[in-house]
Design a binder for this molecule. Structure first.
Ligand SMILES: Cc1cc2nc3c(=O)[nH]c(=O)nc-3n(C[C@H](O)[C@H](O)[C@H](O)COP(=O)(O)OP(=O)(O)OC[C@H]3O[C@@H](n4cnc5c(N)ncnc54)[C@H](O)[C@@H]3O)c2cc1C
Length: 416
């Protein structure tokens, strides 16, 4: 069913009885061409593009919980492409371009809101680093503007410009960055994939991989064994656990990251503001809530909830840069499991097991990557070749030394 203004009017006048479920609830078949393990944003986007761009529709997405129960429905909704390294920037810029046409693509309102994102700087050295980053972005076709203090004052006068430790001197502004309603992305991709014949199977946990002569030929699940020519894993924070079922150890640690939402306020934040020095980022939702986050909890965990010391730490970061938020009441907070890679960059690759593919290591930043991740993973699964913008996101890069260390922080997940 296509959504349109006319449809809304028609249903409104006829008691809203004609709406159909956005996707079906099928029983798993015995065999598929492709099984995608994990019905998060990346898994669903992969299924959507496999069907739409490559005509591969005999596909199942197996999700152990419900669609949107993972990080895709738990993030702080920021999209941007302000990366620097050649291994990353073209990939994230492709993603931003795909966001820009996404709602038309899957006929679903995902509230893509390009209100801009600014990274604040506090010293000459940081300004120079941002100038370099901005130039790299422009070389890859992205947009960036280096703002001075007055530029930031015009953008957001409510910040604390005279903070004794981190006085604000300016920022790197990407006007095309912004926010997207996260769960609508999962629902939109689910609808897009389902309408092309993909089976989305919820409450179906993968508990093992079926091997035949060293080749992956399917999966074991709590709903029985399902065969497939290709199996593509896409389980974000559960990557280590799931890939260990195939005997693989990954250069990934799982950590908790929390998100926070305040009560609704009148408009006060123009776009997304990131305060890297204190590790705090904030935006304002359409309902007026301040949506913010900061550090990971700092210990390995598969729990989807965090602890109080980090609540305090994140709120301190907010108070340092925008003292007035101390007057706002915190309404909600939650946690998600982050798949933190050792260089802060993701993986979209084949594995050493024929027929088994892996996508993960998204750290803090996998939501913005959702469209490009699905696009490039679908390309890899369909053609067995890496997409041009994802040639460096390889599993063996810690063996070859070709790491994609955006922050230059080394193998320290808490710093990425
Ligand atoms: C608090 C928080 C804030 C964030 N903020 C941002 C942000 O502002 N911008 C940004 O770009 N990124 C952000 N991220 C990161 C981003 O959300 C993730 O990197 C991204 O969502 C991960 O990809 P996904 O959507 O596919 O993951 P998920 O939605 O977690 O999907 C993985 C799915 O796999 C399923 N699964 C696991 N094991 C199995 C199994 N054995 N069988 C079947 N299914 C299984 C899980 O149930 C889950 O639904 C944030 C994350 C968190 C937690």
């Amino acid at each position: 069913m296509r959504y349109s203004a006319f449809q809304v009017l028609k249903e409104g006048l006829t008691g809203n009885k004609g709406w159909k479920p956005a996707w079906r609830d099928p029983e798993p078949k015995k065999q598929y061409d492709v099984i995608i393990v994990g019905g998060g944003g990346h898994g669903l986007a992969t299924a959507h593009y496999l069907a739409k761009e490559h005509g591969i529709t005999n596909v199942a997405v197996l999700e152990k919980g419900w669609i949107g129960s993972g990080n895709v429905g738990r993030n702080t909704t920021i999209i941007r492409s302000n990366y620097m390294l050649p291994g990353n920037e073209p990939f994230y810029e492709l993603s931003l371009k795909l966001w820009e046409g996404l709602e038309q693509d899957f006929n679903y309102n995902a509230m893509v809101s390009q209100r801009g994102i600014v990274n604040l700087y506090h010293s000459d050295a940081q300004r120079d680093a941002f100038a370099r980053r901005g130039n790299s972005m422009r070389l890859a076709g992205a947009d960036s503007v280096l703002l001075d203090e007055d530029g930031i004052r015009n953008l957001c006068p409510d910040l604390d410009f005279t903070n004794a430790r981190f006085p604000i001197k300016g920022g790197l502004w990407q006007p095309r960055g912004g926010t997207v309603r996260h769960d609508a992305v999962a629902w939109g991709y689910a609808r897009g994939a389902d309408s092309r014949g993909v089976d989305i199977i919820q409450n179906c946990e993968v508990t093992g991989f079926t091997m035949d002569n060293g080749r992956c030929v399917g999966v074991d699940t709590n709903r029985g064994r399902i065969g497939a020519k290709k199996v593509a894993v896409c389980v974000a924070g559960s990557s280590g656990r799931v890939m260990s079922l195939a005997g693989m150890r990954l250069p990934i640690e799982s950590h908790v990251l929390q998100a926070f939402v305040s009560e609704g306020l009148k408009p006060t934040i123009p776009g997304v503001i990131t305060f890297g020095a204190g590790h705090f980022y904030i935006s304002q939702s359409d309902k007026g809530g301040l949506v913010f986050g900061g550090d990971i909890d700092g210990y390995n965990s598969y729990a989807q909830r965090g602890n109080l010391p980090v609540v305090e730490d994140v709120c301190e970061g907010g108070m340092a840069i925008m003292p007035k938020i101390g007057r706002a009441r915190l309404l909600r907070s939650w946690g998600g499991i982050m798949d933190m890679s050792m260089d802060g960059s993701p993986f979209i690759d084949k594995t050493e097991v024929p027929g088994l593919y892996f996508n993960g290591g998204w750290c803090y930043g996998g939501f913005k990557a959702t469209p490009a991740s699905g696009w490039c993973y679908a390309h890899l699964i369909a053609t067995d070749n890496h997409h041009d913008v994802a040639t460096e996101l390889l599993l063996n890069r810690f063996k070859t030394g070709a790491v994609v260390d955006e922050r230059g922080a080394g193998a320290q997940p808490n710093l990425h």
